[in-house]
Design a protein. Sequence first.
Length: 112
Amino acid sequence: MTVFQKKLWIGLVVMAILSPLGIYLPRRFGAEDAWGEWGVETIRKMLGYVPEGMRRMADFWKAPVADYNFGGEGSAFSIQVLSYIISGLIGIAAGGVVLYALSRVLMKRKIR
């Protein structure tokens, strides 16, 4: 592993560890949902209506772990923090595996 790759992995892990700031800071400052992460009800409040396409597609995809929270709604803050970190690490690992597999496939094609 090169020095750059080591720094990259360290940076990704640090970002995963810092990800619970996304829970803490909005609570601390009374902020609402992150920009663009609005559900149908929030859109209804903001616009007064929900666009038909959004209403139709709202239930098309359900996240494997809602709100990155393994403890469910109303879980303790410590469980939410741990869930955010684990979710970040799982995402980093999944992305790393996909990129590694893709690079192997592309390298085999280049060699031929």
